[in-house]
Write a protein that binds this ligand. Structure first.
Ligand code: SF4
Length: 304
């Protein structure tokens, strides 16, 4: 039996749904019930009724699904699929940062551990970070963790400074200004879209700075035929499925997150057979993290 057929059979038997991030390999995206960015996956996870969720992404994403669905079984088929950016700040480090800025609200990117979320005022994703910071009103100081490049993007959009943690995504940081200049000169007829996790000098050269979900929305709405894509390679599959008549050129093969590629069809089969490895979050931490995530979902639902 094909692995895909076995996965479908096990999903029916377990009443499981498969959620996959757009950075997952093509064969994983194709087997998933829902493919999306962090914001779309958080929203979908919050609405799910299925008893078993197979999360194809990295650890903090599966944690978010577990936080929003207490009592459900959340599986992460590769237990070691972490996110180096999420590991750049701990709960203790955030507590110290807060002590240095008493009363300042904390906006935390969802690419963080549950412990860091629980210490934060509200979460954000790359698609709603501007709205979330705006929703705090004219407070004198805002702490933004952990991605300094996303923080800088928000600063420019809102014309106000933030106090940013010094974290970054090692995958997106590999994209350099020189690479962008070269590919732009090779494809002068293409529009360049990059992710806000990219370096500022890279963002400055782009036509569009967008989350992966927003990249999909742009392609659906625009008549442009050719795009240079400056984010993790997995999204090329999503975009090509969405708009097979357009041309998508990945700006560099270095934009490949090794953690996002740890999940395989074989590991999904094993995970559904054994209901392991599970991701759980202690309720004492989950309650605070849930408040911060639900705050973000409420702001995004009503607009800021
Ligand atoms: S692409 Fe970057 S931010 Fe996303 S999971 Fe990989 S290391 Fe983390």
């Amino acid at each position: 039996m094909e692995l895909q057929d076995r996965i479908r059979e096990l999903c029916r038997a377990r009443e499981a749904v498969i959620l996959a991030h757009t950075y997952q390999p093509p064969e994983i995206q194709d087997i998933a019930d829902y493919v999306g960015d962090s914001y779309g996956l958080s929203r979908r996870a919050a609405d799910l009724k299925a008893p078993v969720i197979v999360f194809c992404g990295v650890h903090f994403m599966a944690e978010t699904a577990a936080i929003l669905n207490p009592g459900r079984t959340v599986l992460l088929p590769a237990a070691d699929a972490g996110c180096p950016m999420a590991d750049m700040i701990t709960g203790e480090q955030l507590r110290r940062m807060k002590a240095e800025h008493p009363g300042a609200p904390v906006v935390c990117y969802v690419n963080t551990t549950a412990e860091v979320k629980a210490e934060s005022t509200i979460c954000c994703t790359s698609s709603n970070a501007v709205k979330v910071v705006q929703s705090l009103g004219p407070v004198p100081e805002v702490l933004f963790v952990p991605d300094r490049y996303l923080g800088r993007f928000v600063e420019i959009q809102l014309g106000r400074p933030l106090i940013c943690w010094d974290g970054f995504c090692p995958t997106h940081a590999m994209l350099t200004k020189e690479t962008i200049q070269r590919v732009r000169s090779e494809h002068p007829d293409a529009e360049l879209m990059v992710h806000p996790e990219c370096r500022p000098e890279v963002q400055d050269l782009a036509d569009h700075v967008l989350s992966t979900g927003q990249m999909c929305d742009l392609v659906k709405a625009s008549s442009c035929r050719k795009y240079l894509v400056g984010t993790e390679v997995g999204i090329l599959h999503t975009l090509k499925k969405l708009a097979p008549d357009r041309e998508f050129i990945h700006v560099t093969p270095f934009l490949r997150c090794p953690n996002m590629k740890k999940i395989t069809l074989e590991k999904i089969v094993r995970s559904l057979e054994t209901l392991e490895p599970r991701v759980t979050v202690e309720e004492s931490v989950a309650a605070g993290a849930r408040r911060a995530i639900e705050g973000m979902l409420a702001v995004t639902a009503r607009g800021a």
